[in-house]
Design a protein around this ligand. Sequence first.
Ligand code: ATP
Length: 315
Amino acid sequence: MPNDALLKVEKVTKTFGPVRAVDDLSFEVRAGTITGLLGRNGAGKTTTLRMINGIFLPDTGSIELLGAREVAAVRDRVGYLPEERGLYRKMKVLEHLLFLAAIKGQPPVRARQQAEKWLERFELADKRAAKVEELSKGNQQKVQIIGALLHAPELIILDEPLSGLDPVNVVLVRGILQELRAAGKTVLLSTHMMGEAEKTVDDIVLIHLGRAVLAGGLDEVRAAYGTDTVHLAFEGDGSFLPTLPGVTRARLDTNAAELELQAGASTQALLSAAMGRLRILRFEVAAPSLEQIFIEKVGGDTLGEPAASSEEVRQ
Ligand code: ATP
């Protein structure tokens, strides 16, 4: 792990009665990256983010944030979108943002400039005078994300920032997170949406039952899982694909499949066999998707989309 970590979580444990929500968890967040804290429902993501933000104290272990042992010492340099979304429903959007900025000690003129800038960037400028309760849930979420950014924090911690957003807003928010990274900010976000994580983050920390089961750069993690995976998109009935020679594991969707191959199996032979019976729209040999790795590591099912393609074969 690099030395330029903005956040260090070391051997942290948190129990609630008999439930060990976080169990001897250690990870670091590198400065200037977007790190995804990934895991299934109940894995311990929110509890971890709450401890980082000083809402809960760990039972054991330590957390170092921007070089400080106490979050209180650096709170104004940290932005936090909590899991529980809470805005005052009767307040107007701009007024609410100014209120949040004031809590963070921002001078009014600067707060107004920042609020206007972010409302514009989040495509909410026309909602500035609307009451929060008049906004859709997705737009309320965007307002709350702005609330976490207004004081220009160095470290931005977002609990499930993309959940509940429509695809257009997901792309918008992802773009904003990437701009923040380009501006030297550091982002830690939690998500269980692997397809989204794959498009957004640099590093991952996958937690299961409160423990880190996989951590590192996304590319390294994917590469470590090999390149013997075929991603297919097709028209026709693909139900025979899992039975083709050399296929050791398959995930089949209506018009797409992810096939894991035995070491040394011929991808050409697989392509020929598939082409004989299907109209192939995409055929890519690549590392497994994050979703596949996730399922392999922690089991069960997740919602997601097939990995992006880099090579395409069209009929
Ligand atoms: P989700 O994606 O569903 O939000 P999560 O990964 O954020 O899940 P946590 O909310 O951290 O998971 O929960 C981890 C475990 O700790 C769960 O078993 C949960 O029921 C338990 N837990 C969390 N907070 C409390 C609490 N305040 N009191 C009792 N148990 C809790």
